[in-house]
Design a protein around this ligand. Sequence first.
Ligand code: ATP
Ligand code: MG
Length: 200
Amino acid sequence: MTDNKQQQKHQQRQQQLKQEVDQAIANATIDKGLVVVITGNGKGKSTSGFGTVARAVGHDLRASVVQFIKGSWSCGERNLLSQHGVDFYVMATGFTWETQNKAQDTEAAQDAWQAAKTMLADPSIDVVLLDEITYMISYHYIDIDEVMTAIEQRPSHQHVLITGRNCHRRLIDYADTVSQVQSVKHAFDNGIKAQQGIDW
Ligand code: ATP
Ligand code: MG
């Protein structure tokens, strides 16, 4: 094929692609608050949630965060975003995998859930991040029916971001956007410890 013919073919393909993309954009006319779920075993769920909060704050939107698992360390995104008007509720006991006291964890999860419910009922909040809430649901510390009701009844413009592994099927079914982060490899598996600024 001559260079000229190749160029013509390329142009035709690009033209076709542009038409398809333009059509898809023209078809997307609905404006609404989204439910976005970031789940799976790979790294990047919470960073995606906080990245979206940063994106919203950059547009002067109001965002609030509930962290359902408090790491034993400080958290870079909280340090930064709380300086930019983002309200944080951090679950009191610092639920970890070593958790031993079910009654205490349930109470802490319930307190965090009350804070989340208040956010989900507040029309002045544009974006709510429920970081690691999936574990509270799979441990039955928070009732899935209650979560669904609060999300379904939230202000119609409000976006909700949900992160954590093993997201409940009902949340996945209800969500507008769901991403499953797959782990290909992780530094930790090679004995590398969590790094400040990357992992927390
Ligand atoms: P991140 O906060 O980095 O986006 P995440 O929210 O996707 O991670 P979590 O399950 O909440 O993942 O884990 C939090 C911590 O565990 C982070 O320090 C993260 O780097 C680490 N981590 C995430 N995925 C893996 C993995 N597949 N193997 C080992 N450690 C992981
Ligand atoms: Mg996380």
